[in-house]
Design a protein around this ligand. Structure first.
Ligand code: UDP
Ligand code: MG
Length: 325
């Protein structure tokens, strides 16, 4: 039986923690009884610099029952960093982790299916929303457009998957080898590359408290995702530059024709041609410089160039090479 750690980032979640801890405890106990996970499995709350009683409550749960653990960050660092902090703290103690939100909007009954799929040989199991019935039209529209734009810009994200996912220990080790500071987990996890599968669930409404992700944070998050995963916007500038430069050639021919037929006033031809040509050349030049900056950017991330899955080498009890060899 393998050990499961649940990792839950919490920011000002005093209203939801009593219910969340109760439900998660029940879920873990049922999994233990069904012999799906070991008794060493734990529920880990990560306090992301909360200003309310969140940490005191976590301390209290830990004192009452050691199945609850807590990680306290020095200050608020945002959901992604809090999650990463939790995962990196527990990675040497568990065989698999499942990350989920404190408000239990993600159906915790999907945990059983995730664990099943883990035993079936998957290192990553993505929780995917099958419906967004409870989201407002605005949230649904913005969120779904986000996934589409990301895909278009070359970032390999799983459609309608947030950060509700199971990851095996070796996936966490792979994740640890990514050195980037702007870690956009949804884009980085698929890059690690081990076998993966999906579990579908319906997302519920927050049962207490308010969303810690107002529109402003959501937009910042989307921008962070695009810029940390893709340098395609730079390539777009280059293409625009080429396009406008081509237009300038067309304009050159057009204005020469107008000039020769005498249908212009003095100075118009040279003005029009230089405006287009200089505009196009400038954009093109910015694009080219941008391409190099993009390369520098990717280099500074120091991402692993490969992750070795298996090495068939000597083991401590392997035999000497046979004489006849
Ligand atoms: N969260 C966090 N740090 C932050 C903001 C949010 O750790 O700065 C946590 C929050 O406690 C919750 C999860 O991230 O467990 C998702 O936040 P929320 O439910 O408010 O987002 P929404 O579901 O509205 O997108
Ligand atoms: Mg939520």
């Amino acid at each position: 039986m393998d050990t499961l750690y649940l990792v839950i980032p919490c920011y000002n979640e005093e209203e939801v923690l009593p219910e969340t801890s109760k439900q998660l405890l029940k879920k873990m106990q049922s999994l233990m009884q069904a012999q799906k996970i070991s008794n060493k499995s734990r529920i880990v709350f990560v306090n992301d610099g909360s200003k309310d009683r969140t940490w005191e409550m976590i301390e209290q749960y830990h004192a009452e029952n050691p199945i609850f653990q807590g990680v306290c960050l020095s200050r608020n660092r945002g959901h992604q960093n809090a999650l990463l902090a939790g995962l990196m703290t527990v990675k040497d103690h568990c065989d698999m982790t499942i990350s989920l939100d404190a408000d239990l909007q993600d159906d915790i009954d999907a945990i059983d299916a995730m664990v099943e799929k883990y035993y079936a040989g998957n290192d990553v199991v993505y929780g995917v929303r099958s419906a967004r019935k409870t989201d407002t039209f605005f949230k649904k529209f913005t969120a779904e457009s986000f996934y589409k734009i990301m895909k278009h810009l070359g970032a390999d994200v799983v459609y309608n998957h947030a950060d509700y996912r199971l990851m095996s220990r070796r996936t966490l080790e792979g994740l640890a080898s990514f050195g980037e500071v702007n870690m956009f987990l949804r884009g980085v996890v698929p890059m690690i590359g081990y076998p993966s599968d999906m579990v579908y669930y319906e997302r519920k409404e927050r049962f207490a408290g308010t969303s810690k992700y107002p529109l402003k944070k959501m937009l910042a998050f989307a921008w962070e995702g695009i810029t940390s995963l893709s340098t395609k916007p730079i390539a777009l500038i280059t293409r625009l530059g080429i396009l406008i430069f081509l237009v300038s050639i067309v304009m050159l021919i057009y204005s020469l024709v107008r000039h020769l037929t005498g249908a212009t006033i003095t100075g118009w031809t040279s003005m029009i041609v230089s405006i287009w040509a200089i505009g196009g050349l400038q954009l093109l030049a910015i694009g080219v410089i941008g391409q190099y900056i993009g390369k520098v950017y990717l280099e500074t991330k120091q991402r692993p160039r490969f992750i070795v899955k298996t090495y068939l080498g000597d083991t401590p009890d392997s035999q000497e090479t046979p004489e006849s060899f």
